[in-house]
Design a protein. Structure first.
Length: 505
């Protein structure tokens, strides 16, 4: 097959390979080992296919690449339109990277309904990839809602004590908020005759869309509310700790690593991409909410007695950095926001996997139940330290680059934003290192912990890639930023024009 032919179908292959694997898995007999091997094979195949994207991505160019645009439904006018740029490229790869690690970390921890678990995991992967590759708003909304069902079922069936409550809360919060985005999408279709993102964006930019000035603020808020709940941005964050604590380990990894990024991706792609003027007008209060989320999430994490809930609140804080960078409207801020998205997916995904390892052995996440674990579990303690330092933003690891760029952009926007945002880094070091000290240092306070086994082979295979990627991202961030930068520059161009008009007036 020629490279050009493969480029035209690669997004379809990457998006639907997990779904095809899940459908074939339905036919498998209930032999757990075969099911696990098949799920791992399909997830690794999808990862290999997705690596075609960064290898053949033309860096230095803005616009969408690997595009495919085919008529799908004639009335209403819906196209199968997919494509990626530097913003969505790495989010697709992040999804395909984390999924096989989720299979590995679940190898021995899922004992019942194994087939159903891995079917849901693969269906969720297809839905997540579809969100980042869709350029038709109907298709985007379809995949957006499709992520809810497998994730809610993963929490509700395979979660812990309050799993049904957490699953229903997650489903209701995100589904209700998405209705406002659906209303905005339908308004745009009614006035443009198209669901195509590029067509709608160009009509808005040209001023050819009737009725837009009166409706623009409501359309902006319709999209923003759906994305803010998904992030989740303060004060829409209350569903997240429950969902994380009750979810199985793989569910928490994909929830923190990818699902939350759907919200920040949506802000960057749709709020800034379609409504640059409204983004400027609303930026001040959104940045205030982001700063509250950074500080509030860190302070609440600091006092958590539950390890998994601490990591969940750290996500509220870290995703606040992403929103702060996006609405700084600076090159550094948006580049940093994208990098924090990727770094958070790697490091927080690793933290949830490591927390799941302890839960598998002790069936608790309470920090007080541990202490001195570095003695019986030295390998586990070493990997945990690497991931903790990456999450805390140690230089030469992935957390540092993104947060530095975000704070640089925030300072350019307004110095006080950068100063307040910087306190979040101090607090993150405090809660992460304090948690590490209580879990791993000192004497073993509970005799049962003396007999805990260190990492198994499957657990090592799931965790070491996160540590390796965290190091490579910290040492060579240009590998990621070279693709991100042109897409960010293209996103900022309409915002610069809006600012020029404001200054001119």
């Amino acid at each position: 097959m020629k490279l050009q032919d493969l480029n035209s179908i690669i997004l379809t292959l990457v998006t639907f390979a997990p779904l095809a694997g899940a459908l074939l898995l339905v036919l498998f007999p209930r032999r757990d080992r075969d099911i696990r091997i098949w799920a791992l094979f399909i997830s690794l195949l999808t990862l290999v296919l997705s690596l075609h994207l960064p290898v053949h991505f033309r860096r230095g160019l803005d616009g969408f690449q690997f595009s495919i645009d085919r008529p799908w439904i004639s009335a209403p006018k819906i196209h199968y339109h997919m494509g990626i740029d530097g913003i969505s490229l790495w989010l697709v790869v992040l999804t395909t990277f984390l999924t096989p690690l989720c299979v590995l970390i679940s190898w021995k921890s899922i004992h019942e309904r194994v087939k159903e678990f891995f079917i849901l995991l693969l269906v969720l992967e297809t839905a997540l990839i579809g969100v980042f590759t869709s350029l038709d708003l109907f298709l985007f909304y379809f995949f957006w809602e499709a992520t809810l069902i497998p994730m809610a079922l993963l929490i509700g069936i395979f979660g812990h004590d309050r799993k049904v409550y957490a699953a229903v809360k997650f489903f209701m919060y995100t589904m209700i908020a998405s209705v406002f985005m659906l209303a905005a999408i339908l308004w745009l279709y009614a006035h443009t005759g198209s669901f195509d993102f590029v067509v709608i964006r160009d009509q808005i930019a040209s001023g050819a869309l009737p009725g837009l000035p009166a409706a623009a603020q409501w359309l902006f808020l319709g999209f923003f509310l759906a994305f803010a709940v998904k992030v989740p941005l303060f004060p829409f964050h209350t569903w997240l700790p429950d969902a994380h604590v009750e979810a199985p380990t793989a569910g928490s990894v994909l929830l923190a690593g990818v699902l939350l990024k759907m919200g920040t991706y949506g802000m960057l792609r749709f709020n800034l991409g379609l409504f640059p003027e409204q983004s400027r007008q609303n930026a001040w209060w959104i940045m205030v909410l982001a700063l509250i989320g950074i500080i509030y999430g860190a302070l609440v994490a600091l006092v958590q007695p539950n390890m998994k809930k601490l990591i969940a609140y750290s996500s509220v804080s870290h995703l606040g950095f992403v929103v702060l960078g996006i609405f700084s409207f600076t090159q550094a801020g948006l580049n940093g926001a994208m990098f924090v998205m990727l770094a958070h997916g790697i490091s927080t995904g690793g933290l949830f996997m490591l927390a799941g390892v302890l839960h598998e052995r002790r069936h608790t996440y309470e920090i007080s139940e541990f202490g001195g674990l570095a003695t019986p579990m030295p390998v586990y303690a070493a990997w945990y330290l690497v991931i903790v330092l990456a999450s805390a933003g140690l230089p030469l690891l992935n957390g540092f680059i993104g947060e530095f760029l975000v704070l640089s952009g925030a300072f350019q926007a307004k110095a006080v934003y950068g100063i307040l945002g910087a306190t979040g880094i101090i607090w993150s070091a405090a809660y992460l290192l304090w948690m590490y000290q209580r879990v791993f240092y000192g004497k073993v306070t509970h005799p049962v912990n003396n007999s805990l086994s260190d990492l198994s082979a499957f657990e090592k295979m799931a965790i070491w890639p996160c540590a390796a990627v965290a190091l490579v991202m910290g040492v060579a961030p240009i590998l990621w930023l070279s693709a991100i930068d042109p897409a960010v520059h293209a996103t900022l161009a309409p915002l610069s024009q809006v600012m020029s008009r404001v200054v001119g007036q």
